[in-house]
Design a protein around this ligand. Structure first.
Ligand code: HEM
Ligand SMILES: *[C@@H]1O[C@H](CO)[C@@H](O)[C@H](O)[C@H]1NC(C)=O
Ligand SMILES: *[C@@H]1O[C@H](CO)[C@@H](O)[C@H](O)[C@H]1NC(C)=O
Ligand SMILES: *[C@@H]1O[C@H](CO)[C@@H](O)[C@H](O)[C@H]1NC(C)=O
Ligand SMILES: *[C@@H]1O[C@H](CO)[C@@H](O)[C@H](O)[C@H]1NC(C)=O
Ligand SMILES: *[C@@H]1O[C@H](CO)[C@@H](O)[C@H](O)[C@H]1NC(C)=O
Length: 322
């Protein structure tokens, strides 16, 4: 009897939370309604990686840019409409986020298997995990059960997402607003173990760090020569460079590079310059297991962010259902 009352109470609690738009996330959420969901996602990610190795890194970045703006609700994936400016053209996203079509391909495949069951928000979370795993990084069970937003906010995205010029102090402050610790910040920055960045994102640190017409002194000289050549002042800002020395492999090379002054972005190298974050950079540079464990913890915490707004299961990740 007591158990029964308890069950009813939990049921009621869940209904209350759901009405508020907060959902209990759990592994295996689609085990009954779409048991093949995770396999379908992985297969499409595998194919995308074969076609273009960088694409899985580009997709993994979506989790960060989605979850930090009103929670993990696929608001990032909505295209602009006549009445709403989407997040794709926000400051940190325009000309930078890419491979949206890979998410479309995943969604199409999942919809074929189980129509209108699996949210785009959950697809981003599954695909990000798979990007890491397929690149040789850790595997972890993802919590699922998110809904897709009915709106997006370009302003919120522009105001929130950090600039590549950020220093460690401002990054610590930003992440703390999401209950993400200094360790979470450093570990999650290790996502830059895969993927590329543009010259546009580092021109200031090569030629005008702190507005003094000088380069960032934290860049190791030989590495700076290489970057100067790749990214001359007044050159093509869209030219890209690897974010670490082993760009296709998810490993702790990123942290070794930081220790050697070979971080690509200012927001990367600053993690070694500032004492609060340096201890974790040093730890992860010599202990890949510690990095993997902290990274998984951080991804799960980031994946727990929710807006509390009502949602739906979108049929097409780019538009709300009519
Ligand atoms: C700590 C604050 C962060 C800053 C300031 C930052 C900034 C950036 C910048 C500027 C780029 C290159 C963009 C370009 O030049 O077009 C980039 C790339 C990337 N970021 Fe971050 N990032 C941060 C954290 C994260 C997190 C938490 C993740 C995921 C968990 C992530 C995943 C990625 C990936 C995978 C790429 C490569 C994407 C590609 O090759 O298309 N970043 N980031
Ligand atoms: C869901 O299914 C997978 C694969 O069959 C299984 O490994 C997992 O334990 C299940 N999870 C739950 C919570 O039932
Ligand atoms: C943007 O963020 C503010 C809080 O910072 C919130 O009140 C507002 O609803 C958000 N806008 C959208 C469209 O989500
Ligand atoms: C870090 O960046 C913030 C925001 O741009 C700035 O106000 C602060 O002075 C910087 N801190 C240091 C120590 O450079
Ligand atoms: C460097 O930055 C300062 C301050 O923002 C600016 O006044 C100056 O014009 C910049 N110099 C170059 C070469 O861009
Ligand atoms: C990069 O290319 C896009 C077009 O794909 C263009 O609109 C943008 O201005 C270019 N950005 C830079 C920094 O050159």
């Amino acid at each position: 009897m007591l158990n029964y009352c308890y069950l009813l109470f939990i049921l009621w609690l869940n209904m209350e939370f759901a009405a508020m738009g907060i959902h209990e996330l759990r592994p295996g959420f689609y085990n009954k309604t779409c048991p093949e969901a995770e396999i379908v996602v992985r297969d499409v990610m595998k194919m995308a990686m074969k076609k273009e190795p960088r694409s899985v890194a580009s997709v993994m970045r979506f989790q960060f840019h989605d979850c930090f703006v009103n929670g993990c609700d696929a608001s990032l994936l909505l295209d602009d409409t006549d009445s709403m400016l989407g997040e794709k053209l926000a400051l940190s996203n325009i000309d930078s986020l890419r491979s949206y079509e890979v998410v479309d391909e995943v969604k199409d495949a999942v919809e074929k298997a189980c129509p209108s069951v699996v949210s785009c928000a959950d697809i981003v979370i599954m695909a990000s995990r798979d990007a890491v795993f397929l690149s040789g990084g850790p595997y972890w069970g993802v919590k699922l059960g998110r809904l897709d937003s009915l709106t997006a906010s370009q302003d919120n995205s522009s105001n929130i997402m950090p600039s590549p010029r950020s220093n460690a102090t401002s990054l610590i402050n930003l992440f703390s607003k999401y209950d993400l610790s200094v360790k979470d910040l450093v570990a999650l920055s290790g996502s830059h173990s895969i993927g590329k960045g543009r010259c546009f994102s580092i021109i200031f640190r090569l030629y005008n760090q702190s507005g003094r017409g000088r380069p960032d002194p934290a860049i190791e000289p030989k590495f700076r020569k290489k970057l100067d050549k790749l990214c001359p002042l007044g050159g093509d800002g869209n030219v890209t460079s690897d974010l670490d020395a082993t760009t296709l492999v998810f490993d702790n090379q990123y942290f070794k590079d930081l220790v050697n002054g070979r971080g690509f972005l200012n927001s990367d190298q600053t993690l070694y310059t500032f004492p609060q974050t340096r201890e974790y950079v040093e730890l992860f540079s010599v202990d890949q297991e510690a990095f993997f464990k902290a990274f998984v913890d951080g991804m799960i915490k980031m994946g727990d962010l929710q807006s509390g707004q009502p949602g739906e299961i979108r049929r097409n990740c780019r538009v709300v259902n009519s």
